[in-house]
Structure formats: C-alpha cells, structure tokens
Design a protein around this ligand. Sequence first.
Ligand code: F6P
Length: 527
Amino acid sequence: MRDMNFTPCDQTAAWKLLGDHFAACGKSFDARIALAQDTERVTQLSQVAPHLFADLSKNRIDAATEALLMQLARECGLENQRDAMLAGEPINNTEQRAVLHTLLRQKQPIAGINTAQSATDSGAISSRLQEVHAVLHAMLTYAEQIRADDAITDVVNIGIGGSDLGPAMATMALQEFATPKKRFHFVSNIDGHELAATLKTLNAQNTLFLIASKTFTTIETMTNALSAKAWFEAQGGTDTARHFAALTTNVKAANEFGITTTFGFWDWVGGRYSLWSAIGLPLAIAIGADGFRQFLQGAAEMDEHFASAPLESSLPVRLGLLDVWYRNFHGFTSRCVAPYHSALKRFPAYLQQLEMESNGKRVDKTGQALPFHTSPVIWGEPGTNGQHAFFQMLHQGTEAIPLEFIAVKQASHDLAGHHTKLLANAVAQAQAFLQGKESADGHRHFPGNRPSTFFVLDSLTPASLGALIALYEHRVFVSGAIWGINSYDQFGVELGKVLAKDVEARLLSGNTQGVDASTASLIAKLQ
Ligand code: F6P
C-alpha cells in the first residue's frame, strides 16, 4: 500500500488524460507543422527567466500538452512540495533532513516562502541563515587572504562527487573572472595516477590543499588527502595550518586528521547541491569574494523565480514537466546537453550527478516500487565537438533523444569570426534536428522533428552561471516531486563501496572463496 499523504502521479486524472493525449496526438506530434500553423507558438513556448532565455518551441509539446502537465503538477501538489522544501521541512524523508541549499544563497529569510509551512519554525530558518552568513563571511575572508598571498601559486581541491564536480565545473566556467596568479587543480579519483601527475607539477611551499568532503569519510578523498599530506611532509612542509584547509560538515574528523583550518556546512546541504557552501571555496579563491557573491545572487534570483512565478511561466517547472512528458509518455531514455561554450565543458558531467544521483530511483518516497520510469541518462559534450562525434546518432539514429543547446551571446575573447561561427552552428544544428531533410536515398535522409530546447545566456558571468545551475537544480526537483521520489538521498552508491573493501582484501590475500565465478576470475587476473 502506498502512503496516501501524497498522490502518486500515475493515479491522478491528469496522468490518464496525458496518456490519452499522447495516444491521440502526442505520439504523432510534429513540431514543424505546429510551428508553421501556429504563429503564436514561439512566443508561447519562449520563456524569460533570470539571466537567461529559453526557446522550447522545437519540443513535442503544445498549449494543450502543457495545460495537462500543469494539471498534473497541481494534482501532485507541486506548489506545496516546493514550499515545503523552501520552508525547511524534512523532505529528505529517508534521512529526516531538510533540503535547504537555497538558503545558502539568500541574503535574508523570504517572507511567505521560508515561513510558508505552519510546521516549520521560522526562527530555525533565521538561525540557520545566520550560521550560513557567518561561514560565508569567514570563507570569503579566507579566499581574499589566499588571493593576496603571492606565495600560494597552486590550489589543489581534493574531493569527489559533489565535492569536486561543482567546484571544478564552475572554476572552469568562470576562468575569465579568475585571478591569473593561481593555478587550480582538482583531484578526485582514487586512481593514484591522477594525484601523482598533479603532485609532479607542485612545490609544497607554494601549494594550498583543500580537502573537500561533506562526510570526511569518503575513501577516495581520504586516500588522496593522506597521500597529499605525506607528500607535503616529505617535501619538508611543516605548516599544515597554512597549507591544508578542510571543507566539511565533519569538522571533528578534519581536526583529527590534523587540519585546523576548517569551513563547515550542514547536513541539510546535499553533496550535489553543496557548491554554494564552503565546498565553493576554490571558486571563491578563483573569482574573489565579490564574484562569489554575484554567483550566489544569480542563483537567488532563480530561486525567487521558482518560488513565486505562476507554474505556467516558471521555467524550472516547464522544463521539469517536459522531462516527465518525454520520459514517461514518449519513453525517451536519455537527454543530451550541448553547451556551446568551451568553458562549460564540465557542465554535462556536473549535471549527470545532479540529475541521475537525485532522480535515479526505482521506489517512491515510501519505498514502494514505481510502475513508471524516472531519471533519463544525462550526457553531453560541448558544441561544436559533439557535432563531429555523436551528433550522427542524434540526427539519424533509430530513436529520438531530446537535446539541450546552451549558447552564450557575448564571447569573452576577441578572436575574429569564431563566435559567430559557433553560434551559427548551435542555431543550425537545432534547425537541422527540427527540419530534417527529405531524401529518396535512406542514407541521406534526415527524419527531423527531433526535439530540442535552446537556452541563451547574454554572457557567461558568475551571476548567469549561478542562475543556470539553480535552474537545473529546481528542474530536477520538479520531475522528482511529480514522480513522488526522494531526490535527496543516494543509497545506490553504498553497495559498491562495501564490496570494494571486500575485494580489496581479496586482491591482497588471493582468497576468492564465496564469491561468484566471474568476480573470482577477475580477482585472480588482477592480483
Ligand atoms: O557518491 C556518493 C556521494 O555521497 C555523493 O553524493 C557525494 O557528493 C560524494 O559521495 C562525496 O561525498 P563527500 O563529500 O562526503 O566526500
């Protein structure tokens, strides 16, 4: 029996209506015909949100589809669920935690939003916000101190998952705003090749290691941190307080590790949502305190949009519902993200964790198996590189894969001609996916009507990047809320971690008793 405190999406009237609508016209919907027939379509399916513009008109939706999706959102109590998150209710029900990454970018409690739920003590939000601002102040002061310290030339972030992907992605994305006086390195993998290659380029006296781990127990990070510390000491380094800092909710463990410079955060910040916390320190060192505050501000503007825009004109809501439409009715299994800006190279990898670790769930929030699919596979590469790699499949493969273009209007370089060519390619690819090309020769035929969404940022700045990331965070919330899953736990990563310990011992001892024949054979081979 499912918990009746929430309405499973597949038991709503809207779900049934969407199914009928799909069978009647969704399945055969052709965006080319819709664009030709409906002169209002582009306007209706264009959406301005803070710092960006989105054109959804090449997707397989129309006003009728969106109306049913909005009905679905309302029947699933999306607004209440959103307000519960923003108010600090423990919506991460399996771990009994609030989900308050939005608080990390707020200047003050938002009346009527943070305090929307009667069960929530608005005083708790205020005191949490005070703690947020205290750490933010300390961390930004430290960032400025490191920026001014010419003896520190290299900053090495050691962390994995959310303690790596966010800061690595954003530091690369905002390289134009970064101090040229420091080099930034991100070491995540337990594979010693990565750390060894980085250490070769460093001098202990000029290096700051940031040990980033929410739990301060993650095997990869602890292994790399220990090796980094051993290397530092072997190089004659003694001043650990100056050369090591920890970014963690587990300050006690960091202290026990021997790190005294620490910046904390809280269990109500999920790892993949932690870039806005002390985990953002490498970015703050790169772009400075003002830049980091602008980054937070851009995200806060998107939060405000998500919290207050009517569902029909809320970009995260429209995108999250489109995701449900594509996943559950069209049956699309993946979504490709193509940023047409090389500084956004790591954005698809960041989004993989954000969306797939959040919504890659097979049970609802009460633990009941779901009778429908959840997270699609998220993948991608920057344009135009992807065009010469996998776009072939997107144009002419057997299944349609929704694609997302992210274009940035202003370039931050002055090389003549490049940027117009880049933008032309982005627009032309979206056009090609839509239009296709008739040919009697099957090899040269492009079916077209391949769906895509086109985002435009005026320029890639701390604020616009903050808004873009927050947009995706909220969109993931929306589809997760419709599916009735807990988007904020990640038990799926545990089993492999436990087995790795066992296999490690077996690799050392050679004992393969009790393991399956395939695993035993691999252990024997790799010994
Ligand atoms: O992969 C699981 C996970 O818990 C992620 O959610 C998290 O971002 C990553 O490991 C790193 O965890 P930590 O920051 O605690 O080292």
